[in-house]
Design a protein around this ligand. Structure first.
Ligand SMILES: Nc1ncnc2c1ncn2[C@@H]1O[C@H](COP(=O)(O)OP(=O)(O)O)[C@@H](O)[C@H]1O
Ligand SMILES: CC(=O)N[C@@H](CCC(=O)OP(=O)(O)O)C(=O)O
Length: 291
């Protein structure tokens, strides 16, 4: 395989040639121009090295800013935005019209490889209204979707053509034909599972999953699926959809899922091209482990 100088300097390289990695970039890291450019450069270098990256992007802070500008109320419950019909229009506009376009443009400045799509395109993602269990029962949080089906053919075609898909986390419901706001970590995990990706990376603005949150001394380095499952009820805010996504992905056949720090210049290439663990790595349960 072709190796990148950085990878050989940071640990044993792994053969990533031809493998699919789903890399989700959190909106938290996209507010910084330099971080965004670094991320894009890493994705292009990985593509040049023979990996097949699929990028899923977030945009939580960017959506919140736009909602604030328009005086539309917005709150989060268990890491998910309560999304009114009015807010849904803004979510869709910001994710697909602003954030996705920026990433496509930045990648194509390097090489004309990026194609922006949403779950709506060719019905790649189908969703149902999500009514999470909270306070002892199902709660309606508006136009928030849970992914019920992924049709990976569009992504597979783009990858076969040597292109880099950039996916916005919007999906249509088969029940009512409305579009729904889906958390981007959830979408990344569902796509990684459907594509049988080797790795799922959730790139965010913290060093990983902190064991002592809200303190920031202790990051979990490695967790098995079972260990993570036990931790889930104690998690809150943005980490909840991330860690649920990691669990779903490794239980669905993805070899490893990682929460990595987008502020660390080496984190993405090291995680994909070496067996070194940066951030928090989630691994499937060893064979024979009781779930
Ligand atoms: N146990 C935890 N470990 C690390 N971060 C946590 C934890 N619990 C909550 N968080 C919060 O989750 C945030 C990351 O989620 P989020 O803001 O949704 O990021 P992104 O935009 O990258 O998806 C962190 O910035 C932190 O404030
Ligand atoms: C339902 C839900 O919460 N959707 C998210 C979609 C964007 C997202 O997930 O962005 P980050 O990855 O930056 O958090 C939202 O409205 O903020």
């Amino acid at each position: 395989m072709s190796t990148l100088p950085l990878a050989s300097a940071t640990g044993r390289t792994v053969d990533a040639l031809g493998e699919i990695a789903v890399i989700k970039l959190g909106g938290s890291t996209m507010v910084d121009d330099d971080l965004r450019r670094d991320f894009v450069r890493d994705v292009v270098r990985l593509h040049e090295a023979g990996l097949r990256p699929v990028v899923v992007h977030g945009g939580g802070p960017q959506i919140s800013d736009e909602l604030r500008r328009r005086s539309i109320a917005s709150e989060f419950r268990n890491g998910l935005r309560v999304t009114s019909e009015e807010a849904m229009g803004v979510v869709r506009m910001v994710l697909t019209g602003v954030v996705q376009r920026e990433l496509v443009g930045l990648i194509n400045e390097h090489r004309p490889l990026a194609v922006g799509i949403t779950g709506e395109d060719a019905d790649m993602l189908v969703a149902a209204r999500h009514r999470p269990e909270m306070d002892g029962g199902p709660v309606d949080i508006g136009r928030v979707g849970a992914v019920t089906h992924v049709a990976p053919q569009l992504l597979e075609s783009l990858l076969a053509d040597g292109l880099i898909p950039i996916v916005s986390s919007i999906a249509r419901s088969a029940e009512d034909a409305h579009v729904y706001n889906v958390n981007a970590d959830t979408v990344a995990a569902a796509i990684a599972t459907a594509l049988r990706a080797s790795k799922l990376l959730l790139v965010t603005d913290v060093a990983g999953l902190y064991a002592d949150w809200p303190h920031t001394e202790d990051v979990y380095e490695r967790l098995t699926a079972k260990e993570l499952e036990r931790l889930l009820p104690g998690l809150s805010s943005g980490m909840l959809p991330k860690m649920r996504g990691c669990l779903e992905a490794v239980r669905g056949g993805v070899r490893s899922a990682h929460v990595v720090d987008g502020r660390d210049r080496d984190a993405i290439l090291t995680t994909i091209l070496t067996d070194r663990s940066v951030g928090t790595t989630v691994l499937p349960d060893p064979p024979g482990a009781k779930t």
